[in-house]
Each structure stands twice: as C-alpha cells, then as structure tokens.
Design a protein around this ligand. Sequence first.
Ligand code: HSE
Length: 411
Amino acid sequence: MVNVAIMGHGVVGSGVAEILINHRDRMSKAVKTEVNVKYILDLRDFDGLSYSDKFIKDFEIILNDNDVKVVAEVMGGVNPAYEFVKQCLENGKSVVTSNKELVAAKGAELIKIANENNVNFLFEASVGGGIPVLRPMVQCLCANEITEVAGILNGTTNFILNKMIVDNMDFNDALKLAQEKGYAEKDPTADIEGHDACRKICILAALAFGKHVYPEQVKTEGITNITLKDVESADTFGYVIKLIARTKKLQNGKIIASVRPTLVSRDCILSNVNGVFNAVMVNGDMTGEVVFYGKGAGKEATASAVVADILDCVKHLEARKYLDWCEGENDYVDQGFDEKQKLYVSVKSDDYNDIEKQIQNLFPQNENSFIKNQYGGEIVFITEPDFEKNTTAKLKQLKNCSYKTLQVIGG
Ligand code: HSE
C-alpha cells in the first residue's frame, strides 16, 4: 500500500479525493498496489463526507509522516504552496501539482530540489486541465526539435468568448457562468487578464525549449477589451476571436512568447475549439503539427490529470521521470521581435466621414477592401500583413479618435 496526502480541498482537490476514494479498486488495479488517501489538508471543515475523518489542518503532520510517499498540492497560489512543496520534496516525498502559478514561478528550482532528493515533481494538470500534453510532448515527441507551441490555454476565457459569439451573452454574465461551473480561478482576473494562459505558456516553453520562462517576460493581454461588436465584426470578416498563447524558437537561440486576443481564421483548427475546451498545437521538425485537445478546466478533468500523476509517482517511487529544464535568463525572451502580420483595427470617432478619410490616406493600398463594417462612429478593418510597429506608427497619426488592435491569424 502507498499512502498519499492531498493539500487543498477546493474544486480540484475534492475531485482528486473523490476519484482516489470512490474508485479505489480501479486505482489499485492501475498500479498493482493499494493507493490510500491518508490525509487531506484544508483549514476549512468538511463534515458529513464519507471521508471527513481524513481532514487535518496542520501541514507538519504530512511533512513528518514518513509513510506518506506522494503529496498532491492542489491549493493554488505561490504561497504557502511553494514552502510546502519544497519541504515535502526535501523530506523525500514525490509531489504532484495542478498549480501553474507555482510551476511558472518556481518550476526550475523545484525540479532541481526533486532531482537532488531523488523524488519526482510532476505537474501535468498545470496545463490544459484534463488533456495529456506535457508528458506526450516530452516523451512521445522527444525525437523532434520543437519549433513552436501555440494554443488556447484558458478554459474560462474560451467559454466566455464562445458564449458571447454563440449566445450573444454579455461578458459579465458569461464570466459568472464560468465561475459557477468551476472553471475560473479564485480570482478570475487571472483568467480574463491572460495571466493564467501566460503561466501555462511559460511551462510549455520551458519544457519545449529547456529553459525557464518567467511570466513577466511574456507579453500578456487579456480579453477585457473585447466587445460584442468586435465579436460580430470578426465574424463578418470570417474570423473568430480567441485568446491565443504562443511561443516560438528564434534562430538566435532566443524565443518569443505572448498571450493575446486574436482573430483566428475559420480555416484554422483553433477556431473550432469552443467552450471550456483547450487545444495545444506543437510543431516538431519531424512530425510537423501535432494537436492536443480536450477539456482545459473543471473539477473532474483537472483531477483526472492530478490522479494520473499521483499514480505515476506511486509506480515510480524508485525511478525518476524526466520533465525538467534549467533556470531562465533575463534576455532569453526577445521583447522586440516582430513578425509581419495582419492586424484587426477598430477606430472610434465622433466624425465618421473624417476618420474614414484619414484611414484611407494612411492605408491607401487597402482603399477598396479594408473597411468592412461601420457601427455608429466606429470603423473596423483588417490591415495587410506588415510589422506591427509599422502599422502602429501609422495608427498613431490618426487624429480625434481612439483605436484598438488585435492580432490576426490565417485568412
Ligand atoms: N481557470 C483555469 C482555466 C483553470 O479556465 O483554464 C484551469 O487551469
């Protein structure tokens, strides 16, 4: 029998406890030994559950119990999770986590501590919820040099955008629904401002390219500025708006990394990833594009990935799994890198005729094609491919108006 402890009994933690306890036989069969949940750490009281007797409030009990071999950290946040995980690893316990904030901030350090203490530190659930993506990327694609990873990595924002597109639902109502369904973070700002997707692309970039990427190095923009009008305009142009996270290796050894709301052409597979589903596209030099798809958030899906990591640790108490990377560097992420791309531009002005003339002067090559839509004093159009800094410099010349831009993929 192998004893495990679960730290945190929130949305994911309760899912992990329920799977391990309610499907105990299935778990035992998978690893050919009994997997026993010995403790569940949470400061709240959970009376009336079939496993209420397992709750403790003192972390030291887990830390000092040598019979606990595997610990699942599903509390979220960097503190106190970081100290707890670090101490468990140092005390010879393998740790699994769904905590992307922790892995994105401290992954390289915790992996090193795990290696030094001959235990495993696994975090499949930190990216893509229930989708197996980290392990397949590292193991099944190991014959490849990975050149690019891009995808939809946040279920909450994808759910919100989808509700706005399909049901014409207002942003705040859609967010409320995502919270009720258990998709959103405790503080949903992390979802809608893009921080959650940012943490996940940091983890994917680190695994793909071997060096830690810190969230503050990633250009991150959320979806709070997206309006129903943008959604409708995008649709008129043949695009869908998605929050796209992307990282790419450059020839000079550096990488680019970003999280941005993006108009995705209906031809692109990512345009059909709807609701809470995520998709991660990995480009390998041997395989070409590989896509991982499934539920990116939610209790059961995420708990499934945590439990799989727990079972992997149980099976490999004496063996090491190789999911690792080294510490990052200040200038590793290229901040100035610019690729030629189309931009969606939405310009607001009180004087529609004047702004139309100004736009036609600045973008004459598009004169007959670029203005596709008009809502009151708002003009939206898609530019020809150019470096973003060139398009932005032109837009800065516009007078008596405000504007916003979104990147465009495909089409
Ligand atoms: N809040 C996250 C999401 C949960 O919506 O994707 C899964 O990481």
